[in-house]
Design a protein around this ligand. Structure first.
Ligand code: TYD
Length: 217
C-alpha cells in the first residue's frame, strides 16, 4: 500500500523557494498560528528531518566532502527524503497532524532536475518512487530573485553552503523551474513574492492554510 492510497486525516505543507527566500521564518509563523488554533504541528526540514537524513545533509551540503557528481547528489537528496517521508511525514499525517516541511521534492526537481540538468521528469520519477507517491497538499513558493536571495542569506556574515555558493545563473534556472512547477500545478501551489513584508506573507499563508484545514474538517 502506498502512503497516499488511503485518505489521511493530516495535512502536508511544503515551503519552497530559492536560498534566502525566508521559508523558515514563514514556516515558524504558520506553525505558531496553527498551534494557536489548536492543531498539532510537526515542523521539519530537508535535507534532514531524521538521524540518517541529517547525516546525508552534511554529506551533501558541507564543503570539503570531495567530488559529488550530479546523480550522486540527486540520490543523496532522494535517500534523505525516503527516510523523511516514511519515518516522519506519513506517521504524523496518520495521527492527524499538520506537517510543515522546509523544502521537499520540488527542490530536487528545481535544483537537480533543472539546475544540474538531470531532467525534471527523471527527478520527479525518482522522488515519486522514493516517497511512494507522497506529494504535499499545498506548496508555498516564496519567489526570490538570485541577487536578493544572496543578499538576504549572506547578511550578518553567514557563510554559504555548497549549493548556495553556486553562481547567480544556477539560481536563476532554479527560480524559473519553481515557477514552472507552480504554473503546472496551480491547485497545489501558493506563489508569493519573497520581498513582501513578513507580516503580509504570514497573513496570506495563514488564510490559505485555514481554508484548506476547514475543507478537511
Ligand atoms: P538549507 O540550509 O536548508 O537552505 P535553505 O534555508 O535555503 O532551505 O540548504 C538546503 C540546500 O540544499 C539549498 O541550497 C537547496 C538544496 N537542495 C537541493 O539541491 N535539493 C533538494 O532536494 C533539497 C531538499 C535541497
Amino acid at each position: 500500500m502506498t502512503p497516499t492510497s488511503a485518505p489521511s486525516p493530516g495535512l502536508f505543507i511544503a515551503f519552497e523557494g530559492g536560498d534566502g527566500a525566508g521559508k523558515s521564518t514563514q514556516a515558524a509563523l504558520l506553525a505558531q498560528a496553527l498551534s494557536d488554533a489548536g492543531r498539532t504541528v510537526v515542523r521539519t526540514r530537508e535535507p534532514g528531518g531524521t538521524p540518517v537524513g541529517e547525516k546525508l545533509r552534511s554529506l551533501v551540503l558541507d564543503h570539503g566532502q570531495g567530488e559529488i557528481d550530479a546523480k550522486t547528489e540527486a540520490l543523496i537528496f532522494a535517500a534523505a527524503r525516503a527516510a523523511h517521508a516514511t519515518q516522519v511525514i506519513v506517521p504524523a499525517m496518520a495521527r492527524g497532524e499538520i506537517v510543515l516541511s522546509d523544502r521537499y521534492a520540488d527542490s530536487s526537481i528545481a535544483y537537480q532536475g533543472a539546475g544540474r540538468g538531470l531532467g525534471n521528469d527523471a527527478i520527479f520519477q525518482l522522488n515519486d518512487w522514493a516517497t511512494s507517491g507522497l506529494w504535499p497538499d499545498l506548496t508555498v513558493l516564496l519567489d526570490v530573485s538570485p541577487v536578493s536571495g544572496r543578499q538576504r542569506r549572506t547578511a550578518g556574515d553567514n557563510a554559504e553552503d555548497r549549493m548556495e555558493s553556486e553562481p547567480d545563473a544556477f539560481h536563476s534556472t532554479i527560480r524559473a523551474a519553481f515557477l514552472e512547477l507552480a504554473a503546472a500545478h496551480p491547485d497545489r501551489y501558493l506563489v508569493l513574492p519573497a520581498g513582501d513584508s513578513v507580516a503580509e506573507l504570514a497573513r496570506v499563508i495563514k488564510h490559505q492554510v485555514m481554508v484548506l484545514v476547514a475543507g478537511r474538517a
